[in-house]
Design a protein around this ligand. Structure first.
Ligand code: FE2
Length: 423
């Protein structure tokens, strides 16, 4: 058999190869590209309202099973189900309309001992079980708490680098301020979440091999534009993966001896005004004597890239700012603007040594945007630098470190603990 070597045939062959190569490149870049998973996948943890004595184990399966199991113990048991002292079960859920009909498993472990390492395997007889994995519960009386925070992560190599360095810091948990996988609540973008979880599960492990639980707040890119009151329709992935954290989208977490954290929704599923702001007021009152108060949410009150007079930022300053001031919030972790920023201490919209520290601005994997040539009045520093924040709370003070893609601390600030609220 002989092949034609005419110039026309060569041209056609070259064009065919080019189109095929282009197709492969576009397919690989597309969020719809679907990894194939066998067995148990996307095993991650979420911090419950009692992080000293409880933990939520999350995982997924493509097998159509109706049970979720976690076998666990305070000693490594090498993956043999019958050797673990404890067993917890649950029923999986599905995402309505998602074509692969995957099961989302959430198994809550209760009555754990504070400050203990737990070893576990997750799965079922049909799918099989995960490798043995481990985590540490938080000590009830701990004055030393260490965590990382950031938002606007996305998929790819930049978030992978940042997540790897975040894991190396051995945080006790990670607080994510919205915009995870940029799937926009669109079921066709499930592959983006798969890649996001692939990055997370690979890199967010401490040097000792401990998994790092997530505390998740919602961002605009978790939601779609469907006209529905049903939050599962508006944010199908977020609700399936993190909706179990509380009865609604905003919630608080008490951590260790001295910390309370408020996770808020900057108007993506729940409006600022009304029930949420009233709840925030009540929670701040309820925890007014907890010395370290943090808030984490998506849209900044004090943006470092977008317009200071942006409608959502204005709303945050008008509705939440006075509450933060009155109850002496320690620091707010802000996101959405895709830059690095550290504010002055701010109170009543002015620089004030008794004020709140605002850190941000959501650049934990997305490419950085620009900051103004001239620093805005409320900012102590702003840069176009992807990063995450490492927060170390000690008995006397709190240290905040901004860490870049190379694992380098490029900014840090120490804050004395303030005492209680003005109310
Ligand atoms: Fe955003």
């Amino acid at each position: 058999m002989s092949y034609s070597k005419s110039p026309r045939a060569k041209l056609l062959l070259t064009m065919l190869l080019f189109v095929t190569a282009l197709g492969v490149v576009l397919f690989l870049q597309s969020g719809d590209h679907r990894p194939v998973y066998a067995g148990i996948f996307h095993v991650y943890l979420t911090l419950t309202e009692d992080p000293a004595q409880s933990m939520m184990i999350n995982y997924q399966t493509l097998t159509p099973v109706n049970e979720s199991n976690v076998y666990y113990d305070v000693t490594s048991r090498g993956g043999k189900t019958e050797d673990y002292a404890f067993h917890a079960t649950a029923a999986p859920i599905m995402i309505a309309g998602l074509q692969d009909e995957r099961r989302i498993h959430r198994v809550r472990l209760d009555n754990l001992q504070p400050d203990h390492v737990y070893y576990f395997i997750a799965g079922d007889a049909v799918t099989g079980f995960s490798n043995e994995m481990k985590f540490r519960t938080i000590a009830t009386d701990s004055e030393q708490i260490r965590f990382v925070t950031g938002g606007d992560i996305n998929i790819g190599t930049l978030p992978a680098d940042l997540l790897r360095h975040a894991g190396e810091q051995a945080p006790m948990f990670a607080v994510i301020g919205g915009d995870f996988a940029y799937a926009n609540g669109n079921l066709k973008n499930v592959g983006r979440w798969d890649k996001w979880f692939d990055n997370w599960t690979q890199h967010m492990v401490t040097p000792d091999g401990l998994m790092i639980p997530i505390v998740a707040a919602i961002g605009n890119h978790e939601t779609n534009k469907e006209q529905s009151e049903d939050l599962h329709v508006r944010a199908p992935f977020y609700m399936a993966f993190f909706g179990h954290q509380a009865e609604t989208i905003y919630f608080s977490r008490r951590i260790g001896k001295d910390i309370v954290m408020f996770l808020l929704d900057t108007g993506h599923l729940i409006p600022y005004e009304g029930a949420q702001t009233e709840w925030l007021r009540q929670e701040l009152e309820r925890y007014h004597d907890v010395p370290v108060k943090f808030a984490c949410y998506h849209i900044p009150l004090y943006p470092a890239h977008r317009d200071f007079m942006g409608a959502s930022s204005v709303k945050g300053r008008e509705l939440w700012g006075p509450l933060f001031d009155q109850y002496r919030l320690t620091a707010a972790f802000e996101n959405h603007d895709h830059v690095y920023k550290r504010s002055h201490l701010l109170r009543n919209n002015q620089i004030d040594p008794e004020g709140v520290l605002y850190l941000g601005d959501g650049c934990f994997g997305v490419p950085a945007r620009t900051v103004d040539d001239e620093l805005r009045w409320y900012l102590a520093r702003a840069e176009s630098t992807p990063h995450f924040w490492l927060v170390e709370v000690g008995p006397e003070s709190i240290q905040y470190k901004a860490i870049d893609r190379n694992g380098k601390v490029f900014d840090e600030v120490t804050q004395a603990r303030n005492q209680g609220s003005d109310s």
